[in-house]
Ligand binder design. Structure first.
Ligand code: G3P
Ligand code: MG
Length: 280
């Protein structure tokens, strides 16, 4: 079995990753979400990237505009000029009215200014896989040229990852799977991926071990329960994508996994037992 071409040793990414910027707590994939995720102590973010009709990489989860903007139809059919005038915040709540869609170029500036990291999920408009993989990889190489740690590019689309690797062979790649597919390990390795990102419900200790045996890191999405997170960390998980930026704030802030969390609980308990100093 070939070894990954980008082993990334040591693994440079934080283990806690905020899903779509800040999960469901702010309009997903907008700068407002990233700001909130960062305020909750997250040092790394997952988000979804696709292309406008004129080839501008921007953030949006769905192929269609209806759920998260005031636009209609296929997002990838519009130019960036048209997309940039949409409201991507009102659907979430009045406080976010007028929040615009986010260009990847602007996200690159914001993340690097604050020393934050990102997992860019290449989420092509159906049928646009190869172009999206190639353009996103080329733009990432350009916009993160000065960054010591490059974005981790992931995708469910083998075609998109293949095109990204051909365009920029040095960028770290990860294959996404929404269930356990044993062949995915070989596919990830053959693509030169450094990680497999698996729907959390389909991971267990043995599968994490299988992923590690192939020389890949094991990441899980989307983990929102503390107990589930603890189980996966205990099984050797390398990265966890969550919506619960509020619930996991202390661990994310300190980059802690469960063993360490117990230490923090202990410290908190200890500090609570320190007798109050009474002035004379
Ligand atoms: O990248 C992990 C996760 O975001 C994949 O699923 O549908 O939330 O983009 P989805
Ligand atoms: Mg995603």
């Amino acid at each position: 079995m070939p070894t990954p071409t980008t082993p990334l040793d040591p693994w440079p990414y934080p283990c806690w990753i905020a899903h779509r910027g800040a999960g469901s707590q702010a309009p997903e994939n907008t700068l407002a979400a990233f700001r909130l995720g960062a305020e909750h102590g997250f040092g790394m973010f997952e988000c979804d990237v696709k292309l406008s009709a004129d080839g501008e990489p921007f953030l949006l989860h769905d192929a269609e505009l209806e759920r998260t903007t005031n636009g209609q139809g296929l997002a990838g059919a519009l130019t960036w000029d048209a997309l940039s005038r949409l409201d991507a915040g009102s659907w979430h709540g009045r406080a976010h009215a007028g929040e615009p869609l986010l260009r990847l170029e602007n996200l690159a500036r914001w993340l690097q200014a604050l020393g934050l990291m990102v997992n860019l999920e290449i989420k092509p408009t159906p049928g646009d896989d190869a172009r999206t993989g190639r353009v996103v990889a080329d733009r990432v190489a350009q916009w993160w040229a000065q960054a010591e740690v490059k974005p981790l590019l992931s995708s469910f689309s083998l075609e998109a990852l293949d095109a990204a690797r051909d365009a920029q062979p040095d960028l770290p790649l990860a294959l996404l799977v929404d269930r356990w597919i044993p062949e995915a390990i070989d596919q990830a390795v053959e693509l030169g991926c450094c990680a497999l990102v698996v729907h959390q419900a389909f991971l267990n200790d043995r599968r994490i071990e299988i992923i590690h045996e192939a020389g890949l890191k094991a990441l899980a999405y989307t983990v929102n329960e503390a107990e589930r997170a603890d189980t996966l960390w205990a099984g050797g998980l390398d990265g966890l994508i969550t919506d619960r930026v509020d619930a996991f704030e202390p661990q994310a802030r300190l980059g802690l996994r469960p063993g360490h969390r117990m230490k923090i609980d202990h410290l908190i308990a200890e500090s609570a037992s320190v007798p109050e100093i009474v002035p004379e």
